[in-house]
Design a protein around this ligand. Structure first.
Ligand code: SAH
Length: 371
């Protein structure tokens, strides 16, 4: 069932914003509510609050905007999470345990407007932006499901690399970063957060000026404008030169090395000429190329062999370009952007088609309100 669309999400609200909702409750109650939200509790589970207050809060708000719907364990140890939102929409995230900590990949939008040729997220376009509490809610829900608390987190690292273009939902992503790093929020260090963008150059500059110092990853995928425009239509607006200039600016402002994501596609962007051109466009500032072999999403484009990816990496290294091949997690559970949501949606649509009216369908877009 979709919830009352007028309800407010408490997760990530500041003490004074919560106080404004319950003006006659003492200030420390707002502090408690804020803390409970970060532990993943629903209002009903905030049992140290009076029953009357919980009932009053439940009428106007909820604390858990993101619920775990299913978990898909992968053979490689990662776990794919399918989440449901209060309007019945579905999003996904991937939890990846490492020896240095555990990374969660979160989504920033439902669908995406970028229409990258190889990506499953954007095939149906943008459905809607995620509210900051829905981005936070993914971290909070998985942290709880994996046995963590806000103080002893199971999720130690966060990558904004799931569905959506973070810089196309800039304000919600900024507020998410503010709350996820807040000492009385989840207290995640900016050093442990990566943000991946398709290269919205103006937003990269704005972000550089914001003072946030997360690891910036830029999806490049080709050093040649003609090829990049075919793979990533956004290149027609922000071409390779504008993206690398913005990356230089980000380094200048933050001192952080920029990562370039490079999805390797057989016979498309894996040539020696690509490697040589990459060296030219990345010269003069610290960067790193992250090579990812294309995840098959049922397209014409082909995934190169591990050997071919290794050879491309060595070619770059021999030219003095820092590069590694990234192991992609969760391939057996459809770990690539938007793949799982797409499949589950298709399954549910088939079910919807075969049932008669009266069945509740996903829908009724709810609008988030903040105080
Ligand atoms: N919109 C952002 C973040 C989401 S995508 C961006 O473009 O960076 C995260 C990364 O996964 C991007 O580098 C994207 O290009 C890549 N990606 C998407 N689909 C893929 C696939 N099928 N195989 C390999 N990488 C893919």
């Amino acid at each position: 069932m979709s919830e009352n669309p007028q309800k407010i999400s408490l997760l990530g609200l500041k003490e004074e914003e919560i106080s404004a909702l319950i003006p006659d409750a003492p200030r420390y109650t707002a502090k408690q509510v804020r803390a409970f939200c970060f532990s993943g509790r629903s209002i009903e589970e905030m049992t140290s609050l009076s029953k009357a207050l919980r009932a009053r809060l439940s009428e106007i708000a909820y604390a858990d905007p993101v619920k775990v719907k299913r978990v898909y364990p992968s053979r490689d140890g990662s776990r794919k999470y399918l989440f449901s939102l209060t309007d019945g929409e579905l999003i996904e995230g991937v939890f990846m345990p490492h020896d240095y900590g555990n990374t969660l990949c979160v989504s920033t939008q439902i669908g995406c407007r970028m229409h990258c040729a190889f990506c499953a997220s954007g095939r149906d376009g943008l459905v809607r932006d995620l509210h900051f509490s829905e981005i936070l809610g993914q971290v909070v829900a998985v942290n709880r499901a994996e046995g963590g608390t806000p103080k002893a987190r199971a999720v130690t690292n966060i990558v904004l690399m799931g569905s959506g273009e973070p810089f196309d939902n800039y304000d919600n992503v900024m507020r998410f970063l503010e709350e996820v790093t807040a000492p009385d929020g989840l207290n995640v260090s900016e050093r442990n957060i990566s943000l991946s963008t398709s290269g919205l150059a103006d937003k990269i500059r704005k972000f550089a000026d914001s003072g946030r110092k997360v690891t910036l990853s830029i999806s490049l995928h080709s050093p040649f404008d003609e090829e990049r425009s075919k793979l990533m239509p956004v290149n027609r607006k922000y071409d390779v030169a504008s993206v690398t200039d913005a990356a230089r600016y980000y380094f200048k402002k933050t001192g952080r090395r920029v990562i370039f994501e490079y999805t390797l596609i057989k016979g498309v962007n894996d040539t020696d000429a690509c490697a040589v051109r990459l060296k030219e466009i990345l010269k003069g500032f610290p960067s790193h190329v992250n090579i990812i072999r294309l995840n098959d999403t049922g397209l014409e484009m082909k995934r190169p062999s591990a050997d071919a990816a290794g050879a491309f990496m060595l070619k770059l290294n021999s030219l003095g370009v820092s590069a590694t091949v990234r192991h992609s997690f969760g391939e057996d559970v459809e770990g690539a952007c938007g793949q799982l949501r797409r499949r589950v949606k298709e399954e549910e649509d088939r079910k919807d088609d075969s049932t008669r009216d009266g069945e509740e369908k996903r829908g009724g877009r709810r609008k988030f309100t903040t105080v």
